[in-house]
Design a protein around this ligand. Structure first.
Ligand code: ATP
Length: 595
């Protein structure tokens, strides 16, 4: 789908010149136009209104929204990028929201809140792609079923297990104890908290409790995360935690320590996922870490593959950015009334009264309206606008590299520092900063080949034949036995290295800098956050919070325009979806049926 591009010979309800001007003004992408043109070819006499709305829906989906509400388009046309002098607005504004809704409802391309062959669905005044509508309905039903299913637990046994696994109740473990209780009593639980609040500590205890309560029946439990990086991090900390628990060897042996990616768990094949309703996963309990990164489509696939009897425990930080793809499932569940959510508020990593911990709270609450220039957050958080100084953050990596250290050390050294940009484009975007950082670091090395010793690359798509996932990072180094340049990747949890020929990596890019979005699920000792000179809607409070909490010890902020900082803190990330509403409506239906 992403290969689609504008078709200059498409039927001319809307002229090629009009489409081109939408792309040139950056209101639409080539892909958005191609989607509308596809509609023009397949729907006889498609009116211009339908095509503009299809293009607008494609644009909004690209920004992570699941649907477009017609009333919102009229009430907030600016938010949708509809300039008053644009041909799209000239066409749409001839209508009232109700008349546009009626017109769309008459179209053979639009189904009326039901599954069917039509590419679009109108549900109330919300317009969806057919697939997204079906996924949202399925996710809502499956989550609601679990929220409403009571789980019988022996309370006395549960209390005894919690007492055995935790110190006496105190201010720092009270939330964790409550999270364990909730997770034992519910078929769906969200355990949310910022960095180092004990999500892993808690979930390991939850698994020990569930297994102990099941007595002699071994539970089939699995752990998964949306990215390879997040899976590797969880694997490491779970294994450490299980080893320290006061539990019997039998229970310990049943707690999984291997963490798979969600894609791998589902078993990706060329025809879709191996596990789905007709071939469900053989599981009683599934834990998904970094659940804020789960998009609607992946969540739908996961729930489809899980038997209804399986419990789900989602771990994540509800204040972080949502998934790259459309949807915000974790945030939607957390926003429900009486949601099965346990929040861990005490951070064991950051002191809430200083540095990163204090600044993260100020960002989250919207109080950090001043860029971090004062001493309130120093020395952990600094403002540093000199880009060359930020590039020098890679000095230690460059030294490890040129000392001829083994690949493991070079990869580990690279993981200690990262430049994080708010966006891809522009003079302070990922593309330009990567190029500038490469020039700066390579200055003395000479040569201009694309593949050079020390080039770090990130894979930009899932490549199952090479066992590489979107987001995996490798470094170009001389392979020790031949001295030839190859790309070194971590291979499994045992610190092994896999070497691949650069020419086999067809879709990858240099990664001295990455977007904050792409950094989700990763952690570094130090990060530098680079904001652009002009504000854009992707710059939000949640983006700053996510960037800041990627760092374990230190954060530098490069803020070329102080006004952009304030606008960014004032802007909230919003995802338009019907999931929250659908979950609430299903609860109301349930209550009515019972009464
Ligand atoms: N109740 C507790 N008492 C003492 N130390 C704790 C407690 N809970 C967690 N810790 C410690 O705090 C640190 C962070 O815990 P943990 O890794 O479970 O947090 P997390 O929320 O999963 O972190 P991350 O943000 O990396 O995902 C660990 O060193 C852990 O041992």
């Amino acid at each position: 789908m992403s290969q689609l591009s504008m078709d200059l010979n498409a039927p001319e309800t809307i002229s090629a010149a009009q489409w081109r001007s939408c792309v040139e003004s950056q209101w639409l992408s080539d892909f958005d136009v191609a989607m509308a043109q596809w509609m023009a070819r397949h729907v006889p006499n498609a009116p211009a209104e339908l095509l503009w709305m299809a293009a607008l829906l494609a644009r909004q989906s690209g920004q992570g929204h699941v649907h477009v509400r017609i009333s919102d388009v009229f009430a907030e046309s600016e938010r949708y990028g509809l300039a008053t002098d644009s041909p799209a607005w000239a066409c749409l504004s001839q209508h009232t929201p109700a008349s546009l809704q009626d017109m769309l409802a008459q179209s053979p391309a639009v189904a009326n809140a039901c599954a069917g062959p039509e590419p679009l669905v109108l549900d109330g005044d919300a317009l969806y792609w057919q697939r997204a509508w079906q996924e949202e309905c399925a996710v809502a039903l499956s989550l609601r079923l679990r929220i409403d299913t009571p789980v019988a637990v022996d309370d006395a046994a549960l209390d005894a297990l919690i007492d055995a696994l935790f110190d006496q109740p105190n201010a720092t473990n009270a939330d964790q104890r409550a999270a364990c209780r909730l997770a034992a009593q519910r078929a769906l639980t969200v355990i949310t908290g910022g960095p180092g609040t004990g999500k892993t500590t808690t979930v390991v205890r939850v698994l020990a409790i569930l297994q102990s309560l099941a007595v002699d029946t071994p539970l089939r439990m699995a752990l998964a995360a949306p990215t390879g990086k997040a899976a590797a991090r969880l694997s490491e900390s779970i294994a450490q935690q299980v080893a320290t628990l006061p539990i019997t060897p039998t229970v310990a042996a049943l707690i999984p320590t291997e963490v798979s990616t969600v894609h791998r768990l589902l078993g990706v094949t060329s025809r879709g996922y191996r596990h789905q309703r007709s071939n469900p996963l053989a599981l009683d309990v599934l834990v998904v870490d970094e659940a804020s990164m789960l998009d609607l489509s992946l969540m739908a696939a996961l729930l489809d593959a899980l038997p209804n009897s399986a419990r789900i425990i989602l771990l994540g930080d509800k204040d972080q950015l949502a998934s790259v793809e459309a949807g915000a499932v974790l945030a939607d569940i957390c926003a429900l009334e009486q949601a099965p959510v346990a929040e861990l508020r005490h951070s064991f990593r950051f002191d809430a009264s200083r540095g990163i911990g204090k600044f993260a709270q100020a960002v989250c609450s919207g109080h950090a309206t001043q860029a971090p220039t004062d001493d309130a957050y120093a020395p952990e958080v600094r403002r540093l606008d000199d880009l060359n100084a930020l590039y020098r953050g890679y000095d230690a990596y460059w030294q490890t590299l040129h000392a001829g250290a083994p690949a493991q050390q070079v990869l580990a050294s690279f993981e200690r520092y990262r430049l994080l940009c708010g966006q891809r484009q522009g003079s302070h975007g990922v593309i330009a900063i990567n190029a500038a950082c490469e020039r700066y670091l390579r200055g003395w090395q000479g040569g201009d080949s694309a593949w050079y010793c020390g080039r770090p690359v990130m894979i930009t798509h899932n490549d199952y034949s090479l066992r590489l996932m979107n987001g995996d990072i490798g470094i170009c180094l001389p392979e020790p036995s031949t001295g030839e340049l190859r790309v070194a990747f971590w291979d499994g949890p045992a610190q092994a290295i896999r070497w691949l020929l650069p020419s086999r990596l067809t879709r990858c890019e240099s990664v001295f800098a990455m977007t904050v979005h792409k950094s989700q699920g990763s952690e570094f000792t130090r990060v530098a956050v680079i904001l652009p000179k002009r504000h854009s809607p992707v710059l939000t409070r949640e983006l700053i919070y996510t960037a800041l909490t990627r760092a374990r010890e230190h954060v530098d902020f490069c803020i070329p325009n102080s006004g952009v900082w304030r606008q960014t803190i004032d802007e909230r990330a919003q995802r338009f979806s019907g999931l929250r509403h659908r979950l609430a409506a299903l609860a109301a239906l349930h209550t009515t049926n019972i009464s």
